[in-house]
Design a protein around this ligand. Structure first.
Ligand SMILES: NC(=O)c1ccc[n+]([C@@H]2O[C@H](COP(=O)([O-])OP(=O)(O)OC[C@H]3O[C@@H](n4cnc5c(N)ncnc54)[C@H](OP(=O)(O)O)[C@@H]3O)[C@@H](O)[C@H]2O)c1
Length: 318
């Protein structure tokens, strides 16, 4: 049975905004849990909560059937500079969301990452044990365990190589980094503006992934809530690609000139203060079978992103 009201944490952010948009378009009554009022132009209903307080979170979940939990302290440098803040901004926050959901009977859908893996696998399946190589991955793996071991009802949905538009900000996130996300629009922006684009290639960056568009994450969360699934899910695209392959596929789908691509290691300022997993590709086949859909190829993902750019509305594939 489809949950009537779904709360979304992190809806002022990149992925959470698209999740709120897609769930809302699919008929869920979406309420975004925010820590400050985002103002009247924010497209979905909001509730201001004190996310440091499980009781405040529980009040906000009283009439809610499910919570899509995406909020994190998303600052790689800050979590290294202040590890306690990092722990609380990922694991503590997830624990409070889970405790609030347990108190009110809501299901928790936790959006996690392919960076829980060490990057030595290829198309890893849902039962592959995490082995993070940096603190971000540690914090996400620990948060996964909170959901898996503590939530009365819930699941973990790993995503990676996320491509998409921010729903409530005009700009970003659109720059290439040593992770795989945002890559496509960074390339499209550069080539559409008549410039060249340098595709980063190196052994110590995230070089292989299974990209997925952000609306697909919203669609799959909706399916997972509807199906009442538990455990670990992989919301992965159907094609494992290198950055070079993704760049060429992007040029094909967006009608751009691949001659304008260069291939170089990243500049020094792009490096993170920690190791980065190399191949974070995941298999989503078992998950998609559980959710009654299929994986979508990189060309399908890119075409959905192109349509979102042209039409201004997120295009979920499932
Ligand atoms: N982006 C990717 O490529 C990617 C890849 C894999 C996994 N993910 C996962 O997807 C989720 C969302 O990522 P994102 O890229 O969309 O992040 P983002 O754009 O940085 O958004 C983070 C969100 O979390 C909220 N937040 C942070 N700390 C909070 C707190 N203490 N209490 C309440 N809300 C808080 C922020 O609210 P404010 O507006 O108030 O700051 C914002 O809405 C994360 O769990 C991330 O691990 C993302």
């Amino acid at each position: 049975m489809s949950p009537r009201r779904v709360a979304v944490t992190g809806a002022t952010g990149f992925v959470g905004g698209t999740v709120a948009s897609v769930l809302s378009a699919r008929g869920h009554d979406v309420v975004c849990l925010v820590r400050r009022d985002p103002g009247p132009s924010f497209p979905w209903a909001t509730r201001v909560v004190d996310s440091a307080d499980a009781a405040s979170l529980a009040v906000s979940l009283e009439d809610v059937d499910a919570v899509a939990h995406l909020a994190i302290l998303n600052d790689f440098h800050r979590i290294y500079a202040d590890r306690r803040a990092g722990w609380d901004g990922f694991v503590g926050l997830t624990r409070r969301v889970v405790d609030a959901a347990n108190a009110t009977g809501a299901t928790v859908g936790y959006v996690s990452t392919d960076w829980v893996f060490d990057g030595t696998g290829h198309l890893v399946t849902e039962d592959e044990p995490p082995n993070p190589v940096n603190y971000y991955g540690v914090l996400k793996a620990a948060s996964e365990l909170v959901v898996l071991e503590r939530a009365r009802s819930g699941f973990v949905a790993r995503v990676g190589g996320v491509q998409g538009l921010h729903q409530t900000r005009d700009t970003g996130p659109r720059s290439q980094d040593v992770g795989f996300g945002y890559f496509v629009l960074a390339l499209v922006d550069a080539l559409r503006a008549g410039g060249r684009f340098t595709v980063w290639e190196a052994d110590d960056i995230n070089a292989v992934a299974t990209p997925v568009v952000s609306p697909e994450i919203g669609a799959l969360l909706g399916r997972a809530f509807d199906a009442g699934v538990e455990g670990v899910l992989h919301f992965a695209g159907g094609t494992a690609v290198t950055r070079r392959e993704l760049a060429h596929a992007t040029c094909e789908v967006f009608g751009l000139d691949a001659e304008m691509l260069d291939f170089q290691p990243p500049p020094e300022e792009a490096w993170l203060p920690a190791p980065v997993p190399y191949d974070t590709s995941m298999s989503g086949e078992a998950t998609m079978a559980r959710l009654g859909t299929r994986t979508h190829s990189v060309v399908e993902q890119l075409d959905a992103l192109r349509r979102e750019l042209d039409e201004g509305t997120p295009v979920p594939l499932s």
